[in-house]
Design a binder for this molecule. Structure first.
Ligand code: NDP
Length: 372
């Protein structure tokens, strides 16, 4: 059982680890222009697609970044422009439409294009951004097929630009702590992971509930990537095979897409995982079972504050902005020419898994996973 001193030790260790994680992404070492009176050397980010996530999270996060800043917007909705210009002080020259976005090639203020559109539009916009010589951040899921993910990676490679997938939790200290506990076998060998992410959205009118051609699938694509990512990075290994089941208890909704999907994966060393993604539930948890203990996150995948435990003791509450950390890490990857943590391979591997999960659900068979 955890004693008070052990709990305090864990808490200190977690704080220390979180600082180490910040140092690992390099949050020191490059002069931060917005903290000095000199010219602003932060990299310029253009947000492409001013929907819910860009408006509610990414724009505000860019007010706190140290190594990048909002330098432009690319939108198909002229009515959204005045509010963005006013809130972020953007001049007319920093506003682009989808028709004229290729002109950003001549805009030295923009270094990065962040694609925040429906899933099946990630590839064409990422390709255009790369062709304009801009680094690319692409939201999750990377695309709606592994073939399209590969095309995006090839386009970025051809253009010599870096690619990050918007996996904010790869830059989150709570998730780092889950990985540390598992990999250092603090409570013994990893045995099972159970996880779910869902919200009750099945009656919604957004493209993710109504348009398979844009979404590529139901909650597996939208929410399932989080438990899938977590099981992969906590294991630090790739799954070997999967079985899956899907249901749609609202047959008039979701346009042929699943409303709920469950999948079970086998990882090396007999680690088993069971995950659920659904638009007809309200779950958000991660439970890790090891031989000598149990730890996890009770608020696992939302923007924060997250919350977790180790054998019944609370994890330290950490004040952290996921999107700010993610975008600053990418800016530093560009400035220092270092490898991107949540790179295209990460996005591709998840989509390979998703294809196997869908096949398993469709056929009722155990499907082997081949990362190629
Ligand atoms: P929204 O529907 O709220 O916004 C999408 C925006 O894309 C629209 O507002 C529009 O912006 C633009 N767009 C361009 N073409 C189309 C089209 N044909 N149909 C609809 N919209 C179009 O979606 P979200 O912001 O919720 O999601 C966008 C992406 O971000 C998705 O890939 C999603 O998975 C991901 N996401 C990631 C999150 C995370 O935590 N990492 C959280 C939420 C979403 P405009 O009007 O400016 O042209």
């Amino acid at each position: 059982m955890f004693t008070m001193s052990h709990s305090l030790y864990s808490r200190r260790r977690f704080i220390k680890n979180s600082s180490a994680a910040a140092a690992m992404v390099g949050l020191t070492g490059i002069a931060c222009a917005n903290q000095s009176s000199g010219p602003d050397h932060r990299l310029g980010v253009a947000l492409l697609g001013l929907g819910g996530y860009a408006t509610g999270q990414l724009g505000p996060a860019l007010l706190h970044t140290k190594y990048c800043r909002l330098a432009g917007i690319i939108t198909g909705s002229p009515d959204k422009v005045p509010e963005w210009q006013e809130k972020y002080g953007l001049s007319d020259k920093s506003v682009y439409s989808y028709d004229d976005m290729d002109r950003i090639a001549d805009d030295d203020d923009i270094d990065i294009v962040y694609v925040v559109t429906p899933n099946a539009l990630h590839l064409p916009y990422a390709e255009r951004a790369a062709a304009a010589g801009k680094h690319v951040i692409c939201e999750k899921p990377m695309e709606i097929s592994s073939e399209r993910c590969r095309q995006m990676m090839a386009a970025c490679e051809r253009a010599g630009v870096k690619l990050q997938i918007g996996y904010r939790l790869q830059y989150d200290p709570y998730h780092h702590e889950m990985i540390r506990l598992a990999q250092e076998e603090v409570h013994g060998k990893l045995k099972q992971i159970h996880s779910a992410f869902s919200f009750f959205g099945v009656h919604g009118s957004n493209w993710r509930f109504t348009d398979r051609s844009l979404a590529g699938g139901g909650p597996m694509m939208d929410l399932g990537v989080y438990p899938l990512q977590a099981t992969r990075y906590i294991n630090q290994a790739e799954p070997l095979s999967v079985t899956a089941q899907q249901i749609n208890s609202y047959p008039d909704r979701m346009d042929g897409m699943e409303e709920t999907i469950m999948w079970q994966m086998r990882f090396p060393n007999d680690v088993l995982t069971h995950s659920i993604a659904s638009y007809a539930a309200r779950d958000n948890y991660l439970t890790v079972n090891a031989e000598k203990g149990r730890y996890g996150l009770t608020t696992a995948y939302t923007y924060g504050p997250l919350a977790g435990y180790v054998n019944g003791d609370d994890l330290f509450a950490y004040d952290h902005r996921q999107q700010t950390a993610q975008m600053d890490a990418f800016a530093l990857n560009i400035l220092k020419d270092t490898p991107v943590k949540a790179d295209g391979q990460e996005g591709l591997r998840d989509v390979i898994c998703i294809e196997a999960i869908y096949e398993a659900a469709r056929t009722g068979r155990e499907v082997k996973i081949d990362m190629g």
